[in-house]
Design a protein around this ligand. Sequence first.
Ligand SMILES: Nc1ncnc2c1ncn2[C@@H]1O[C@H](COP(=O)(O)OP(=O)(O)OP(=O)(O)O)[C@@H](O)[C@H]1O
Ligand SMILES: [Mg+2]
Length: 289
Amino acid sequence: MNELLRLNNLRKVFPIRPSASEPAHELVAVDDVSFSLAPGGSLAVVGESGSGKTTVARMVAGLETPTSGHIALNGKGRTAAHAGQRARKAQARDIQMVFQDPYTSLDPKQTVEAAIDEILRAHFAWEAGRRQKRVAQLLDQVGLDQRQAAARPRALSGGQRQRAAIARALALEPRLLILDEAVAALDVSVQAQIINLLADLRTETGVAFLFISHDLGVVRQVSDDCVVMHRGRVVEAGSTTAILDNPQDDYTRTLLSALPRPGWVPRRRNVPEDAAPPIGNAQDAPISR
Ligand SMILES: Nc1ncnc2c1ncn2[C@@H]1O[C@H](COP(=O)(O)OP(=O)(O)OP(=O)(O)O)[C@@H](O)[C@H]1O
Ligand SMILES: [Mg+2]
């Protein structure tokens, strides 16, 4: 099979040093994970909170170094998280990540267009006019208008902010877009709009998605294939329809039974101001701890 991304026996162990009185130990966050993704494909990694989804994503993005195992993009081994600036820069063109909270990728002091211009300037020796055209094209692709382009993230709605983060992530024409709970914080109707946008962008640009989510309803709409993780391990993998319609593993069945019924509305949680990210969080979702 033609492979864009391949993970072989990936493992990540975090050393845990709780406090002086407690002994240090190790936490196996990801254990023997293998899967592959075709160019332009869409693969979901699903599982409950703490199952290791983000850790897998961060290793693929080069933000975390695997304890063991191997990651290849286009048949070439991934560059370690501690690699030099040039290797990291080349990697950024191939793989970009969109997070649940767009403030992670958007500077609150920067307008949307300035944020996109900045990433273009960092990677291409283009004159201002060419960058301007590309910024306008990207904003158009994600459905943001002039006023929103000139706005700072705070002045935008959650959905608009996520559109801006997607535009910035697509600026370098990556081969792979990692979306880590990218629609989890959005209201259901806005979620549907962003899901449609993502589908269009995949058709238009040929970018592949690694879609991290604990929401199987969303996964069904977005991903051709699906990997179910539980406690760091893959318990089931295959086509999304096959897994969701006919789950073979007990854990997948449990996840499915936790799915909200149609008409279910996410409940907003009261979180102390200082503990909360600027916009919603995963607690809105049905299967979180
Ligand atoms: N930097 C770290 N140091 C120590 N432990 C970590 C670190 N990052 C993650 N972990 C632990 O690894 C496990 C997997 O975490 P991870 O964030 O990958 O889960 P997840 O599936 O993305 O969960 P969620 O759905 O809540 O985002 C958890 O037990 C977490 O506490
Ligand atoms: Mg996560």
